[in-house]
Design a protein around this ligand. Structure first.
Ligand code: IVH
Length: 747
């Protein structure tokens, strides 16, 4: 067959159409894989869209020739490792907020001033519910959906096209639409669908969602669109981006037009006259709120006349012609029945209010967070009052929920306090293991000092270790950890890896537990085995060291490559960490005094004296540790604490003896900067710091935040200060941004 790519769609016969569909299907599959999986596009967006459009046009002409693997129907055939990026042609903005009626009056007054309209001149607005979901931009070309993107930072969002195609409210094709039409609106989940989804998730032992908004976000941002397809998402259209021709002359008519094109628009939307009209509509929507069946968190007002919208334009990130009038957080009064203490992974004692169940904004609340002991006492960490008084068991308290936050206690009714109500005494021992619970100076959290002796901490740490972002052991969730811990089978981290071999509790014993069988036990041990080679970054994160999150885990893994190298450095830095802490403690009171008297010099002196005592070797290791980009003294201290000799270190050593963590992928780079430690300082002009870091790391370099003897190269921009000076002092090579670009071959 001759080259079918050259033939006009109209001119294709059935035979050549079939061949062309096959070619396009191949081409698009390759383009998808290159773009999503490999982050290495093989064609431009325009070429991709053109191929997609041509494929659709042929399918429209020869419906019977549509392939089973048609690119039009592909939902995540290649589960992407990350979402592609989409640059919005027209920025996606956010809205300014109004909380009080007076804010709405000022909004209207500003607009009138800007347009030079008299205070009593008629001015029409629209008022529509502010949907509590996440915004999405849908691009249609020639009436076909070609791209769906999240808002991201407003400039660049994520490509969720395959996911959006699975949402019923999002039409695939439009009749009579402008040639280019970007429809914007909100993806959300109804209350009923949210409840049913959570029930299904709980039954399947999967994660449940805190609220419909999180559920919607989690469902849309699935790398595998099949998962999105199984989630009941909905979409309301309320705005637009790029258009090849105007939709209408007013907001009202534009929404009507979108509805006629096949979108859902919110039925509560009304055209209103002036501020009075808006406030009336606000009251009506607030009254209807509980019966809508989905979450809204306010009412959005927009100038109805699109020509006026155009004249009003934008401030930096918000339009002048629109505002979100937010609902007050919902509150309810109820009885504080008890205060319980929960002990977390790091030993933090978190007080929880047990409440007589009460409905707040349509949700039954029976627990609320009490944060810490100051919060119960009714003061913030500076000692300022945060409500009428302290909280005592038996008090009448006001509960509030705002957006997706967990319920909190807003106020207490002192007039209803029982005469025998005692002030709450925060425990100074751990309710779980009885160890002393200590509060460090300057911290608001009290922590159990029991470490691994404390069963609550132990279980919480084990749960964290096996969780998704860490060792990610399928079949070993919270429930299983609790069970195995109770049975005494898994008490320390390493026990997970010796479980199968443990005398009497091996695979057979697990298979014999209620709810388990040979297959599930076999799967569990296979998953445990596989996790021995989990990446180093996940292992580091899984240890549950304070301040060591997923990002720090990745930074450390990239820097050290192996557990041994990491440990070697931490062990070497340990004495310096001790000295650092002593110096900080000695300096703390002095710093306050020095600041008052302006004698900063003394601090430096004290520090210098303290530092002088520290062995040079330890200090170099410490400097290196805190010099890693993203790792500061706080985290370095926490790491040294967690790995200091003792039972906790022994538990970690035992765990690591079972593991063989995988080093982060290194680029086998030919680049002259591969393996080099580089510091960027000063401002860069041709790229952002983040971009530069990314680029350097992609070429196999390590990027550090501070200059030391281990630094190979310092890249300086205008404004470079002490780091450049230090480089000169240490004799480290220094180049400017152009030098850097030349060095990496992209000048
Ligand atoms: S209009 C340029 N209308 O609220 C104006 N936004 O806080 C674009 N939102 O990012 C937004 N319901 O995600 C508009 N009826 C509505 C809305 C709405 C919810 C969201 C949207 C926006 C955010 C701003």
């Amino acid at each position: 067959m001759s080259d079918t790519s050259e033939i006009e769609v109209e001119a294709l016969d059935a035979g050549s159409a079939e061949a062309e569909l096959s070619r396009l299907s191949d081409l698009l599959a390759r383009a998808n894989a290159a773009y999503h999986r490999d982050d290495d596009p093989v064609m431009s967006d325009a070429e991709y869209d053109a191929a997609k459009r041509r494929n659709l046009a042929i399918e429209d002409r020869f419906p019977t020739l549509k392939r089973v693997d048609s690119p039009t129907e592909q939902v995540g055939a290649v589960p992407a490792e990350t979402f592609g990026k989409v640059r919005h042609k027209v920025r996606m903005l956010s809205l300014g907020n109004a909380f009080e009626q007076s804010d709405v009056g000022e909004f209207d007054a500003r607009i009138r001033r800007f347009l030079d309209l008299a205070p009593d001149a008629p001015l029409a607005y629209t008022a529509e519910p502010k949907i509590d979901g996440l915004s999405l931009s849908l691009r249609y070309e020639a009436g076909r959906l070609v791209r769906a993107a999240t808002r991201g930072d407003g400039q660049t969002g994520e490509d969720v096209t395959a996911n959006a195609r699975t949402i019923e409210d999002i039409p695939e094709a439009l009749d009579g639409a402008p040639d280019v039409l970007e429809v914007r609106g909100e993806v959300y989940m109804s209350h009923a669908d949210f409840a049913a989804l959570n029930e299904r998730q709980a039954e399947a032992g999967a994660k449940t969602f805190a609220n419909p908004r999180n559920a919607a976000a989690g469902s849309l941002r699935q790398l595998d669109a099949q998962v999105t397809a199984a989630r009941p998402l909905r979409f309301f259209a309320y705005a637009w981006g790029e258009l090849s021709e105007p939709l209408a002359k007013t907001q009202t008519d534009a929404l009507d037009r979108l509805r006629v094109l096949g979108f859902q628009t919110n039925p509560e939307t009304r055209r209103c006259d002036g501020v009075d009209g808006l406030l009336q509509r606000y009251a009506a929507i607030e009254a209807a709120r509980a019966d809508l069946g989905y979450d809204i968190d306010g009412v959005v007002y927009k100038v109805d006349d699109l020509a006026l919208q155009g004249r009003l334009g934008f401030r930096s990130t918000t339009p002048r012609w629109a505002i979100a009038h937010k609902f007050a957080a919902e509150t309810a009064w109820t009885r504080l029945e008890a205060i319980d203490i929960n002990v977390g992974r790091t030993g933090a004692l978190s007080p929880i209010a047990r409440l007589r169940p009460v409905t707040v904004g349509g949700v039954i609340v029976s627990n609320a967070t009490l944060h810490n002991e100051d919060y119960i006492a009714g003061v913030d960490n500076a000692g300022n009052p945060i409500r009428t008084g302290d909280l005592r068991v038996g008090d009448r308290v006001e509960i509030y929920r705002a957006g997706d936050v967990i319920p909190k206690v807003r106020d207490v009714d002192l007039s209803a306090r029982l005469p025998d109500a005692e002030p709450y005494v925060f425990p100074d021992t751990c309710p779980d293991c009885g160890s002393p619970a200590r509060r460090e100076p300057g911290e608001s959290v009290r922590r159990c000092t029991g470490g691994l002796i404390c069963p609550a901490q132990r279980v919480a740490r084990l749960k964290h270790l096996v969780s998704r972002g860490a060792m990610d052991i399928e079949g070993l969730g919270d429930k299983e950890i609790e069970r195995f811990h109770e049975l005494g089978w898994v008490r320390a981290p390493a026990d997970i890896y010796t479980l199968e071999a443990q005398h009497g509790t091996g695979a057979d014993a697990v298979a014999g537990l209620e709810g388990w069988g040979d297959t599930s036990a076999g799967n569990l041990f296979a998953a445990i085995e596989a996790s021995r080679r989990q990446e180093l970054a996940r292992v580091l994160f899984g240890l549950g060291i304070r301040h060591l999150g997923e990002v720090a885990g990745r930074d450390l893994a990239r820097h050290f490559q192996t557990w041994e190298a990491f440990l070697h450095e931490v062990d070497a830095a340990m004495p310096a960490a001790e000295a650092h802490r002593r110096a900080e403690e000695a300096i703390l009171p002095e710093r306050a005094a020095a600041e008052v008297e302006g004698r900063r010099a003394r601090i430096t002196e004290t520090r210098a004296r303290e530092w002088a005592e520290i062995e040079a070797k330890a200090r170099a290791a410490w400097d290196d540790l805190i010099g890693i980009d993203g790792i500061g003294a706080t985290l370095a201290l926490a790491i040294c604490d967690a790995l200091a000799p003792g039972p906790e270190r022994a538990a970690i050593d035992a765990l690591l003896a079972e593991l063989d963590p995988e080093a982060p992928e290194t680029v086998a780079s030919q680049s002259p900067v591969a393996g080099k430690t580089i510091v960027f300082t000063g401002s860069l002009e041709k790229m952002t710091r983040a971009e530069a870091k990314h680029q350097a790391e992609a070429l196999g370099a390590k990027v550090s935040g501070s200059v030391s003897a281990k630094t190979d190269l310092v890249v300086t921009g205008p404004g470079a200060g002490s780091k450049a000076a230090k480089a000169t002092e240490l004799g480290v090579e220094t180049i400017d941004e152009d030098g850097w670009l030349a060095l990496i071959g992209s000048a």
